[in-house]
Design a protein around this ligand. Sequence first.
Ligand code: HEC
Length: 153
Amino acid sequence: MFTKYIILIFKYILFISTFVILSLPANSELSVEEVIKGRKALFSKNYSTAKRVQTLANKGEFDKAKTLMLEMSENYKILIKYFPENSKEGFKTEALPTIWENKKEFNDLMIKSSNDMIKLTKVIEGTDDIGGTIRKFMWSNCKSCHQRFREEH
Ligand code: HEC
């Protein structure tokens, strides 16, 4: 009888601590190296996803393309958290200081890029200019952010 309660309390503590750990901000424990390498990896992933979005849409495989568009949209939201003050230098980052001098503008561009991917899921099927639509809602955002906030290479 008594042990039953102990087990119950133990399970409760386990449940609460899992919940607390999961709800901590994603990058609260990441080192500078993990932050910079992490964001580079996410941008690279978005790039290969973007190319797949284009290919799938051109083939008329809209359902698959839309799933990937939403994935990219989510990744942009995650990326906002990957530019803390202590990650301006090192580990071959191409991020420019202009990011931290214009943080709101930078974050707004991320949010716009994220929202545009959702808009793209809504307009892609109805257009007769798939290439132009993808350029407008996807590729143009990469370019406008890079030319202002990423080192030329
Ligand atoms: C709001 C800003 C912003 C948007 C939008 C954006 N990027 Fe970037 N991107 C950056 C920054 C800043 C870096 C540099 C990160 C670093 O080196 O720390 C970067 C880096 C990259 C890299 C290099 C990653 C590496 O391994 O060094 C690739 C590839 C890339 N972006 C592709 C894209 C593509 C494709 C899109 C659009 C589909 C895009 N980005 C949209 C800001 C942006």
